[in-house]
Design a protein around this ligand. Sequence first.
Ligand SMILES: Nc1nc2c(c(=O)[nH]1)N[C@H]1C(S)=C(S)[C@@H](COP(=O)(O)O)O[C@H]1N2
Ligand SMILES: [Mo]
Length: 314
Amino acid sequence: MILKLNSNVIPSSEITSENNYFNRRHFLTALGVGISSGLLPKLSFAQSESLHYKPRVITSLEQETSYQDATHYNNFYEFGTDKTDPAQNAHTLITRPWTIDVEGAVKKHKTLAIDDLLNKFPLEERIYRHRCVEAWSMVIPWIGVSLKKVIDWCEPTGNAKYIEFVSLADPNTMPGVKLPLLHWPYTEGLRIDEASHPLALLALGMYGKVLPNQNGAPVRLVVPWKYGFKGIKSIVKIRFVEQQPQTTWNIANPNEYGFYSNVNPEVDHPRWSQSTERRIGDGLFAARRKTLMFNGYAEQVSHLYTGMNLKQYF
Ligand SMILES: Nc1nc2c(c(=O)[nH]1)N[C@H]1C(S)=C(S)[C@@H](COP(=O)(O)O)O[C@H]1N2
Ligand SMILES: [Mo]
């Protein structure tokens, strides 16, 4: 409905001067394909140089969630279970220096520092719907690098069928980790072919700024066709594995949270319906919105699940 990949990408040869600023205007076509301004934006990283990213065309007619809501209504249990806890507590997270260890079925183990990530891969802006399993949603302009490009750089071997992602679990800076809220460290996983889909991102920023701590700084996963809990925050390890990895929410409650976690209005959570959602920022009396199959990205991703019974593989 709203997405077009690979159209209107600005070739890197057109990246010119630092003096062009992104003016977050979107030109919407009749088809509902939003096209970001062709100017070059500048993303400043607090402890790094200024950076450029390519404004992309993946957007929607839907209004972006306000920055205030996106940064003050969070799930990040390492900093507490209330929606407002991460904004209040995540200032203690130390995001530099930061490295991601690349392990498992790869040609050789590597470490990827945040600055490597920024230097080796082009930054792109993607405006995605963000649907939590708790039946609320947002629309967030992420800035990140293609997970596929990072996977290729990692050089997985033929044995790699899945990727496991691991978050930092530091009790000194993350108060929630001292409590038995979840099985720490928070882990997530994807099949390699899902992870290689062009929609999947490693996000380093949002709203033109470096990622706030409460949103998973310095680097988090964004998989827009899946429930939000797949979007693991503050990643310190990526492991290529042969077997389907364990995932934190599946360990916590296997009847409620499966490995696939694809947004699916036809498969209810055992305790509530998934057929509709509350858009954060809509007024108290606003109508709930219909949840779309694969969060509206069915045209792009449904081929990944052909022949699978999505009630069984929820
Ligand atoms: N490490 C870690 N990652 C996490 C979580 C968490 O508690 N810990 N919560 C998940 C859930 S349930 C959601 S909905 C999203 C929320 O991302 P946001 O706060 O940026 O909207 O982060 C996901 N990633
Ligand atoms: Mo969530």
